[in-house]
Structure formats: C-alpha cells, structure tokens
Design a protein around this ligand. Structure first.
Ligand code: AHZ
Length: 321
C-alpha cells in the first residue's frame, strides 16, 4: 500500500491567494471560489531593497525611542507576568503616559511560558480569572481555580496587547544595573528617580572588560518587577537593601495559600518613587513562594498599576523634579 502523502493536489482549501501580475499580494477567504490559486512561484519576486535601508529603518526608530523615553513617566523593570500585567492596566487606562519596559532577557515573558515543572497548563486561583476575562482569554473553570490550556497562550496574548499600545516601548536585551537616587531636600528621604541601564551582554561582562559605562532613564515612578533572586532577579530589592532603604526579608519556602495573598497585599511603594510587584516582593517582605500558580502575579500587577498612578499623580501635583 502506498504511504499517505503530505501533499494532496486535489484538496480544496478555505482561502485563496490573490495574485496581481507575478506577485502574491494578499490572501483572503473566498467561499465561492475555494480552489487554491497559487502564484506563479517561478516569477515571484519581492520588492527591491538596499541593505542600508534596512539598517536605517531599525536604528532610526531605536534611537528615536531612546531619545523619547530618556524621560519616561513610568519605567517597569522586568517583562514577566507581574510587570506586563501592570503595563497592560497602566497603558490602557492612561494613554498619555510614556511607559518604558526594560527587560534583561532577549525574550520577554519571564517565568511564564510554561506551568510548573515545564508542564503546559497554567493555573490561576480565583478571582484572577477576571484578569483573563479582561484580556479576552479562554479558560476552563474548575470552581476555585481556572486553567489556561498553555502558559504561552496567556503570555503571548498579554505581550501582544501590551506591545500594541502606542505609549509603551519595550527595551529588551537591556538590563537595569542600578537606580538613580536623589535626597529629598525637605524630608531627607532617598527618592528613586530613574534607572541605570546597559545592554545585558555588557552587564554580563563587567568582570572581563574594562569600564563599560551605562546609560540612564529618568522617570517619575519606577515599577520593579524583576522576580525572585537569581542571576538577574530582585535587583532593585537588593540595591535598596545596600542603600539602607529596606532590610531584605528573603523569599521563604513554598506555601500556595499564604504566598499569593501576601504578594497581592504587599504590593506597594516600597521606597519613595519605587513600587514593587510580583515575586520580587517575596524577597522584600520575606514571604513564601507559591510555585506554579499565577493569579497573584496578574493581580499584583493590577494593584501595582494603581499604586504607580497614585505616586505619579501625587508627584505631578507637587511638581517634583
Ligand atoms: O529577565 C527577568 C524576567 O523576565 C527580568 N529582570 C530581572 N532582573 C532584571 C534587570 N533588568 C531588566 N536587572 C530584569 N530585567 O524580570 C523578569 C521577571 O519575571 P519573572 O517571571 O521572573 O517574575 P514575576 O514576579 O513576574 O513572576 C514570577 C513567577 C514565579 S513564582 C515562582 C515561585 O514561587 O517559585 N517562580 C516564578 C518564576
């Protein structure tokens, strides 16, 4: 018997590529005419381009963004589930704010591409399902908790929505190396006024190369969402500890029930000018980890957005430089 073939020429497809002259210009579904009409691929040709045009198309935009976001309204450190949930709420509700997201990894998304132990499904305890409804994401309702069929489905949906807002710029492959601090003349408190950045690959090589100075971004409010301690995580918390602004609590062992409530409750402005969200808070407060349940990350992000706006609006009212 002949093996099943991958290509069957008589198959009727639901779509029809529209061909003008020798190029395919668009695809559309056409119920009346569902036989596929392929382009004449022998004649197919893209529009011409010079290499420098590609280079300028990228660099002009990137440097324009660096210029625009050098003064940001909000900087978010870390594009994991907590940082991106906050970015979504902020960007949607306050389209006039310039929001820069700084992500050390090349791939944004943090630890949210899989569930626990590299399994696919993502579990969120109620009422975090309300955030899924806001995103228009499907889930299975299991009573006290809900299940998204794949964590990547959650992350890719959230990411695409955040990136579609015109007031958001994601600078990935860029690490926050330090915080910009100023002493408040009236209170004497240290205030966080921005971030110190560098290409992540440069940050990883400070030990092997002579001084490679960083870049900076000033901002009215910083939202730190850099996750629990690890190669990059909890950077703001550790820096604030060294500056004497807080005393690190260090994340404790796993307890799903207490951990998720503690993260949402603890989401706040930890030091003037800097709000902390997500698992970085476990390092600040010494609360438990929750492992593979993600409701607290989403709702901590939502609460953080509110805290960021309170700080921002107050700062604007006081006209603080
Ligand atoms: O790359 C980091 C990740 O994408 C990024 N990041 C960390 N330090 C950074 C720095 N500059 C720029 N200095 C930095 N970016 O921050 C992101 C953090 O994402 P995450 O998913 O690790 O944190 P989260 O708090 O959004 O979610 C944590 C989810 C949990 S719970 C848990 C447990 O209980 O064990 N483990 C995880 C991953």
């Amino acid at each position: 018997m002949a093996p099943p073939t991958m290509i069957e020429t008589s198959v009727r497809h639901e779509f029809s590529p529209i061909v003008t002259e020798d190029r395919v210009v668009r695809m559309s579904s056409d119920a009346q005419n569902s036989d596929v009409k392929f382009a004449d691929w022998d004649k197919f040709k893209f529009t011409p381009i010079r290499e420098s045009t590609v280079s300028r198309a990228m660099t002009s935009r990137y440097f324009a963004d660096l210029d625009k976001y050098a003064e940001s309204d909000v900087v978010i450190i870390g594009a994991g589930s907590a940082g991106l949930s906050a970015a979504y709420i902020l960007a949607k509700n306050r389209p006039e704010l310039k929001i820069a997201i700084i992500e050390a990894g090349v791939s944004p998304g943090g630890g949210c591409w899989l569930g626990g132990q590299l399994f696919s499904a993502m579990i969120l305890r109620k009422p975090a399902h309300l955030f899924l409804e806001e995103l228009g994401l499907e889930y299975e309702d299991e009573g006290d908790y809900v299940v998204v069929k794949h964590a990547a489905f959650f992350m890719s949906t959230l990411l695409s929505k955040v990136l579609s807002f015109p007031n958001v710029k994601l600078f990935n492959a860029t690490a926050v190396e330090d915080l910009i601090t100023r002493r408040d003349e009236t209170t004497g408190d240290l205030r966080i006024c921005g971030v110190v950045t560098n290409w992540t690959l440069v940050s990883l090589n400070h030990d092997t190369q002579s001084c490679m100075d960083p870049n900076t971004i000033n901002a009215n409010v910083i939202l730190s969402a850099s996750g629990h301690d690890g190669p990059f995580g909890a950077g703001s918390a550790k820096r604030l500890d060294k500056l004497g602004c807080i005393e690190l609590g260090h994340m404790r062992g796993l307890d799903m029930n207490s951990a998720e409530d503690a993260i949402v409750k603890g989401t706040r402005e930890v030091t003037p000018g800097l709000v902390v969200t997500g698992m970085e808070l476990a390092e600040v407060d010494g609360s438990n980890r929750m492992g593979p349940t993600f409701g607290a990350m989403a709702l901590s992000g939502v609460k953080a957005a509110e805290a960021v706006l309170n700080v921002y609006d107050l700062r604007k009212k006081q006209n603080n430089p």
